[in-house]
Design a protein around this ligand. Structure first.
Ligand code: TRP
Length: 336
Protein backbone atom coordinates (compact mmCIF):
# COMPACT_ATOMS: atom_id res chain seq x y z
CA UNK A 1 0.00 0.00 0.00
CA UNK A 2 1.31 3.47 -0.84
CA UNK A 3 1.27 5.59 2.29
CA UNK A 4 -0.91 8.68 2.36
CA UNK A 5 1.05 11.93 2.07
CA UNK A 6 0.33 14.33 4.92
CA UNK A 7 1.91 17.77 5.14
CA UNK A 8 1.69 20.74 7.43
CA UNK A 9 3.64 23.91 8.16
CA UNK A 10 4.22 25.75 11.40
CA UNK A 11 4.67 29.50 11.15
CA UNK A 12 7.68 30.54 13.19
CA UNK A 13 6.22 33.54 14.97
CA UNK A 14 6.34 32.61 18.62
CA UNK A 15 6.93 30.08 21.35
CA UNK A 16 4.80 26.92 21.12
CA UNK A 17 2.02 26.84 23.73
CA UNK A 18 -0.25 24.18 25.21
CA UNK A 19 -2.90 24.90 22.58
CA UNK A 20 -0.41 24.30 19.73
CA UNK A 21 0.59 21.07 21.40
CA UNK A 22 -2.88 19.66 21.81
CA UNK A 23 -4.23 20.92 18.48
CA UNK A 24 -1.32 20.32 16.13
CA UNK A 25 1.94 18.99 17.53
CA UNK A 26 0.69 15.97 19.46
CA UNK A 27 -1.39 14.52 16.60
CA UNK A 28 1.41 15.24 14.12
CA UNK A 29 4.07 13.52 16.21
CA UNK A 30 1.75 10.52 16.60
CA UNK A 31 1.13 10.43 12.84
CA UNK A 32 4.86 10.58 12.16
CA UNK A 33 5.11 7.08 13.62
CA UNK A 34 2.43 5.50 11.51
CA UNK A 35 3.42 3.21 8.68
CA UNK A 36 0.47 4.12 6.49
CA UNK A 37 1.38 7.81 6.49
CA UNK A 38 4.31 9.68 4.96
CA UNK A 39 4.45 13.02 6.71
CA UNK A 40 6.13 16.28 5.81
CA UNK A 41 6.42 18.86 8.58
CA UNK A 42 8.19 22.13 8.12
CA UNK A 43 8.98 25.44 9.73
CA UNK A 44 7.18 28.05 7.65
CA UNK A 45 9.75 30.78 8.17
CA UNK A 46 9.02 32.50 4.85
CA UNK A 47 5.42 32.81 5.99
CA UNK A 48 6.66 34.22 9.28
CA UNK A 49 8.12 37.19 7.39
CA UNK A 50 4.60 38.31 6.55
CA UNK A 51 3.58 38.71 10.17
CA UNK A 52 6.83 39.65 11.75
CA UNK A 53 9.29 42.47 11.19
CA UNK A 54 11.59 41.35 13.96
CA UNK A 55 14.50 39.24 12.60
CA UNK A 56 15.62 38.00 16.01
CA UNK A 57 12.11 36.85 16.85
CA UNK A 58 11.79 34.84 13.62
CA UNK A 59 15.20 33.31 14.17
CA UNK A 60 14.53 32.45 17.81
CA UNK A 61 11.12 31.02 17.03
CA UNK A 62 12.60 28.68 14.39
CA UNK A 63 14.88 27.19 17.05
CA UNK A 64 12.08 26.95 19.62
CA UNK A 65 9.60 25.34 17.25
CA UNK A 66 12.15 22.83 15.92
CA UNK A 67 13.39 21.97 19.43
CA UNK A 68 9.80 21.50 20.61
CA UNK A 69 8.91 19.03 17.89
CA UNK A 70 12.12 17.09 18.39
CA UNK A 71 11.77 17.06 22.17
CA UNK A 72 8.28 15.61 21.83
CA UNK A 73 9.63 12.67 19.91
CA UNK A 74 9.04 13.50 16.27
CA UNK A 75 10.39 10.55 14.32
CA UNK A 76 12.69 12.31 11.87
CA UNK A 77 13.68 9.06 10.23
CA UNK A 78 10.13 8.56 9.02
CA UNK A 79 8.78 12.10 8.78
CA UNK A 80 10.57 14.61 6.59
CA UNK A 81 11.21 17.60 8.87
CA UNK A 82 12.64 20.73 7.27
CA UNK A 83 12.73 24.49 7.11
CA UNK A 84 10.83 26.12 4.26
CA UNK A 85 13.61 28.60 3.49
CA UNK A 86 16.05 25.72 2.88
CA UNK A 87 13.99 24.58 -0.13
CA UNK A 88 14.61 26.99 -3.05
CA UNK A 89 12.08 25.02 -5.11
CA UNK A 90 9.29 26.49 -2.94
CA UNK A 91 9.73 30.16 -3.94
CA UNK A 92 10.31 29.14 -7.55
CA UNK A 93 7.11 27.15 -7.64
CA UNK A 94 5.37 30.06 -5.92
CA UNK A 95 6.15 32.27 -8.89
CA UNK A 96 5.00 29.69 -11.41
CA UNK A 97 1.75 29.35 -9.46
CA UNK A 98 1.40 33.11 -9.16
CA UNK A 99 1.17 33.18 -12.94
CA UNK A 100 -1.75 30.76 -12.68
CA UNK A 101 -3.62 32.48 -9.87
CA UNK A 102 -6.53 34.82 -10.46
CA UNK A 103 -6.16 38.07 -8.56
CA UNK A 104 -9.86 37.80 -7.82
CA UNK A 105 -9.20 34.59 -5.89
CA UNK A 106 -6.70 36.40 -3.66
CA UNK A 107 -9.13 39.30 -3.19
CA UNK A 108 -11.42 36.82 -1.46
CA UNK A 109 -8.87 35.55 1.08
CA UNK A 110 -10.15 36.03 4.65
CA UNK A 111 -6.90 37.43 6.00
CA UNK A 112 -6.66 40.03 3.25
CA UNK A 113 -10.33 40.96 3.55
CA UNK A 114 -9.98 41.36 7.31
CA UNK A 115 -7.04 43.74 6.81
CA UNK A 116 -9.02 45.80 4.30
CA UNK A 117 -12.00 45.89 6.60
CA UNK A 118 -9.83 47.06 9.48
CA UNK A 119 -8.62 49.95 7.28
CA UNK A 120 -12.16 50.86 6.31
CA UNK A 121 -13.33 50.81 9.91
CA UNK A 122 -10.40 53.02 10.86
CA UNK A 123 -11.61 55.50 8.22
CA UNK A 124 -8.47 55.21 6.10
CA UNK A 125 -8.67 56.74 2.61
CA UNK A 126 -6.65 53.81 1.24
CA UNK A 127 -8.26 50.41 1.90
CA UNK A 128 -4.90 48.69 1.22
CA UNK A 129 -3.02 50.82 3.70
CA UNK A 130 -0.14 48.89 5.28
CA UNK A 131 -0.96 45.69 3.38
CA UNK A 132 2.08 44.10 1.76
CA UNK A 133 2.11 41.94 -1.35
CA UNK A 134 3.34 39.13 0.90
CA UNK A 135 0.13 39.30 2.92
CA UNK A 136 -1.87 39.39 -0.31
CA UNK A 137 0.00 36.48 -1.92
CA UNK A 138 0.37 34.42 1.27
CA UNK A 139 -2.02 31.71 -0.01
CA UNK A 140 0.11 31.18 -3.14
CA UNK A 141 3.24 30.50 -1.11
CA UNK A 142 1.20 28.09 0.96
CA UNK A 143 -0.10 26.41 -2.21
CA UNK A 144 3.50 25.90 -3.33
CA UNK A 145 4.37 24.32 0.05
CA UNK A 146 1.54 21.87 -0.35
CA UNK A 147 1.66 21.09 -4.07
CA UNK A 148 5.42 20.66 -4.30
CA UNK A 149 5.21 17.55 -2.11
CA UNK A 150 1.99 16.19 -3.63
CA UNK A 151 0.29 16.32 -0.25
CA UNK A 152 -3.05 14.57 -0.11
CA UNK A 153 -4.09 15.62 3.36
CA UNK A 154 -3.22 18.87 5.11
CA UNK A 155 -4.03 19.01 8.85
CA UNK A 156 -4.74 22.64 9.76
CA UNK A 157 -6.92 24.73 12.02
CA UNK A 158 -10.24 26.08 10.81
CA UNK A 159 -8.61 29.45 10.01
CA UNK A 160 -6.40 27.83 7.37
CA UNK A 161 -9.08 25.83 5.61
CA UNK A 162 -9.66 28.45 2.95
CA UNK A 163 -5.96 28.48 2.10
CA UNK A 164 -5.96 24.76 1.44
CA UNK A 165 -9.03 25.15 -0.74
CA UNK A 166 -7.23 27.87 -2.67
CA UNK A 167 -4.26 25.55 -3.17
CA UNK A 168 -6.70 23.08 -4.63
CA UNK A 169 -8.22 25.70 -6.95
CA UNK A 170 -4.78 26.78 -8.14
CA UNK A 171 -3.71 23.19 -8.73
CA UNK A 172 -6.87 22.48 -10.69
CA UNK A 173 -6.35 25.47 -12.91
CA UNK A 174 -2.73 24.51 -13.52
CA UNK A 175 -3.63 20.92 -14.34
CA UNK A 176 -6.29 22.12 -16.72
CA UNK A 177 -3.78 24.21 -18.68
CA UNK A 178 -0.64 22.10 -18.49
CA UNK A 179 -1.75 18.54 -17.80
CA UNK A 180 -2.23 16.51 -14.62
CA UNK A 181 0.85 17.36 -12.60
CA UNK A 182 -0.48 18.31 -9.20
CA UNK A 183 -2.28 16.22 -6.63
CA UNK A 184 -5.38 17.98 -5.28
CA UNK A 185 -4.97 18.41 -1.50
CA UNK A 186 -7.67 18.24 1.15
CA UNK A 187 -7.79 20.14 4.41
CA UNK A 188 -8.10 18.01 7.52
CA UNK A 189 -9.65 20.12 10.24
CA UNK A 190 -9.11 18.88 13.80
CA UNK A 191 -12.19 18.28 15.91
CA UNK A 192 -13.56 20.97 18.17
CA UNK A 193 -11.98 19.18 21.14
CA UNK A 194 -8.59 20.00 19.72
CA UNK A 195 -9.09 23.67 20.60
CA UNK A 196 -7.77 24.49 24.03
CA UNK A 197 -9.01 27.41 26.13
CA UNK A 198 -6.56 30.00 27.39
CA UNK A 199 -6.04 31.89 30.66
CA UNK A 200 -9.06 34.15 30.08
CA UNK A 201 -11.39 31.37 28.89
CA UNK A 202 -11.20 32.30 25.21
CA UNK A 203 -9.45 30.05 22.68
CA UNK A 204 -5.76 29.79 23.61
CA UNK A 205 -4.04 31.91 21.01
CA UNK A 206 -1.03 34.12 20.65
CA UNK A 207 -3.30 36.86 19.29
CA UNK A 208 -5.28 36.94 22.57
CA UNK A 209 -2.13 36.91 24.68
CA UNK A 210 -3.67 34.23 26.91
CA UNK A 211 -1.31 31.33 26.30
CA UNK A 212 0.62 28.95 28.51
CA UNK A 213 3.99 28.18 26.90
CA UNK A 214 4.31 24.42 26.55
CA UNK A 215 7.77 24.32 28.08
CA UNK A 216 7.50 27.14 30.56
CA UNK A 217 9.78 26.40 33.52
CA UNK A 218 7.86 24.69 36.36
CA UNK A 219 7.58 27.86 38.47
CA UNK A 220 6.14 29.86 35.60
CA UNK A 221 3.80 27.02 34.65
CA UNK A 222 2.44 27.02 38.21
CA UNK A 223 2.00 30.80 38.20
CA UNK A 224 0.12 30.75 34.90
CA UNK A 225 -2.17 27.95 36.03
CA UNK A 226 -2.99 29.97 39.16
CA UNK A 227 -4.07 32.82 36.87
CA UNK A 228 -6.63 30.76 34.93
CA UNK A 229 -10.06 32.33 35.21
CA UNK A 230 -12.70 30.51 37.29
CA UNK A 231 -16.04 31.53 38.75
CA UNK A 232 -16.71 32.43 42.38
CA UNK A 233 -18.12 29.11 43.56
CA UNK A 234 -16.72 27.98 46.91
CA UNK A 235 -15.23 24.56 47.71
CA UNK A 236 -18.08 22.16 48.43
CA UNK A 237 -20.43 23.75 45.90
CA UNK A 238 -21.08 21.51 42.87
CA UNK A 239 -19.43 22.80 39.71
CA UNK A 240 -20.08 22.55 36.02
CA UNK A 241 -17.37 21.03 33.84
CA UNK A 242 -18.99 22.77 30.88
CA UNK A 243 -17.04 25.92 30.05
CA UNK A 244 -14.42 25.32 32.74
CA UNK A 245 -10.99 26.12 31.37
CA UNK A 246 -9.32 24.07 34.11
CA UNK A 247 -11.41 21.05 33.21
CA UNK A 248 -10.77 21.46 29.50
CA UNK A 249 -7.03 21.63 29.97
CA UNK A 250 -7.09 18.60 32.26
CA UNK A 251 -9.22 16.72 29.77
CA UNK A 252 -6.75 17.41 26.96
CA UNK A 253 -4.05 15.55 28.89
CA UNK A 254 -5.86 12.94 30.97
CA UNK A 255 -7.05 9.43 30.16
CA UNK A 256 -10.81 8.82 29.69
CA UNK A 257 -10.98 7.11 33.13
CA UNK A 258 -9.29 10.08 34.79
CA UNK A 259 -11.68 12.45 33.05
CA UNK A 260 -14.69 10.50 34.33
CA UNK A 261 -13.31 10.62 37.86
CA UNK A 262 -12.73 14.36 37.54
CA UNK A 263 -16.32 14.94 36.41
CA UNK A 264 -17.48 13.29 39.63
CA UNK A 265 -15.24 15.50 41.69
CA UNK A 266 -16.66 18.59 39.97
CA UNK A 267 -20.14 17.41 40.88
CA UNK A 268 -18.96 16.83 44.45
CA UNK A 269 -17.69 20.41 44.67
CA UNK A 270 -13.90 20.29 44.26
CA UNK A 271 -12.33 23.65 45.20
CA UNK A 272 -10.72 25.75 42.48
CA UNK A 273 -7.52 26.23 44.45
CA UNK A 274 -7.03 22.53 45.04
CA UNK A 275 -7.81 21.81 41.41
CA UNK A 276 -5.23 24.31 40.24
CA UNK A 277 -2.57 22.71 42.44
CA UNK A 278 -3.48 19.34 41.10
CA UNK A 279 -3.55 20.45 37.46
CA UNK A 280 -0.10 21.92 37.86
CA UNK A 281 1.28 18.69 39.33
CA UNK A 282 -0.40 16.67 36.63
CA UNK A 283 0.90 18.73 33.71
CA UNK A 284 4.33 19.13 35.22
CA UNK A 285 4.70 15.38 35.58
CA UNK A 286 3.89 14.89 31.90
CA UNK A 287 5.95 17.78 30.60
CA UNK A 288 9.02 17.47 32.82
CA UNK A 289 10.77 14.93 30.60
CA UNK A 290 10.25 16.60 27.23
CA UNK A 291 10.92 20.00 28.83
CA UNK A 292 14.39 18.87 29.91
CA UNK A 293 15.03 17.58 26.41
CA UNK A 294 13.76 20.86 24.95
CA UNK A 295 16.12 22.84 27.14
CA UNK A 296 18.99 20.62 26.07
CA UNK A 297 18.16 21.13 22.38
CA UNK A 298 17.73 24.90 22.65
CA UNK A 299 21.19 24.98 24.19
CA UNK A 300 22.52 22.92 21.22
CA UNK A 301 21.38 24.89 18.15
CA UNK A 302 24.07 23.27 15.97
CA UNK A 303 22.46 19.92 16.48
CA UNK A 304 19.00 21.27 15.61
CA UNK A 305 20.47 22.97 12.55
CA UNK A 306 22.01 19.68 11.39
CA UNK A 307 18.70 17.85 11.79
CA UNK A 308 16.90 20.49 9.72
CA UNK A 309 19.55 20.39 6.99
CA UNK A 310 19.29 16.65 6.73
CA UNK A 311 15.53 17.04 6.43
CA UNK A 312 15.93 19.65 3.70
CA UNK A 313 18.21 17.34 1.75
CA UNK A 314 15.61 14.61 1.86
CA UNK A 315 12.85 17.04 0.93
CA UNK A 316 14.84 18.30 -2.04
CA UNK A 317 15.44 14.85 -3.47
CA UNK A 318 11.68 14.88 -4.08
CA UNK A 319 11.17 18.57 -4.77
CA UNK A 320 13.94 19.09 -7.33
CA UNK A 321 12.89 16.47 -9.90
CA UNK A 322 9.24 17.44 -9.52
CA UNK A 323 9.99 21.11 -10.03
CA UNK A 324 12.01 20.17 -13.14
CA UNK A 325 8.89 18.47 -14.45
CA UNK A 326 6.81 21.58 -13.73
CA UNK A 327 9.35 23.83 -15.43
CA UNK A 328 9.19 21.69 -18.55
CA UNK A 329 5.42 21.73 -18.44
CA UNK A 330 5.29 25.54 -18.50
CA UNK A 331 7.93 25.86 -21.24
CA UNK A 332 11.07 26.53 -19.27
CA UNK A 333 13.50 24.02 -20.74
CA UNK A 334 16.84 23.87 -22.56
CA UNK A 335 16.87 25.23 -26.12
CA UNK A 336 18.98 22.55 -27.71
N1 TRP B 1 -0.29 29.29 7.20
C1 TRP B 1 -0.21 28.21 8.15
C2 TRP B 1 -0.56 28.76 9.54
O1 TRP B 1 -0.43 29.93 9.78
C3 TRP B 1 1.17 27.61 8.19
C4 TRP B 1 1.51 27.00 6.88
C5 TRP B 1 2.37 27.47 5.93
C6 TRP B 1 0.98 25.79 6.37
N2 TRP B 1 2.42 26.66 4.87
C7 TRP B 1 1.58 25.61 5.10
C8 TRP B 1 0.07 24.86 6.87
C9 TRP B 1 1.25 24.52 4.29
C10 TRP B 1 -0.26 23.76 6.06
C11 TRP B 1 0.33 23.59 4.80
O2 TRP B 1 -0.95 27.99 10.39
Amino acid sequence: MTPETVLTGITTTGTPHLGNYVGAIRPAVAASRRRDVQSYYFLADLHALVKNQDPDAVHRSSLEVAATWLALGLDTERAVFYRQSDIPEIPELTWILTAMTAKGLMNRAHAYKAAVQANEEAGSADPDRGITMALFCYPILMAADILLFKAQRVPVGQDQKQHVEMARDIAQRFNHHFGEHFVLPEADIGEATAVLLGLDGRKMSKSYDNTIPLFAPARQLRKLIMRIKTNSLEPGQPKDTEGSTLFEIYRAFATPAEVTAMRERFAAGIGWGALKDELFEYLDAQLRGPRAEYERLVAAPDHVEAVLRRGAERARTLAAPFLAEIRRAVGIRPLG
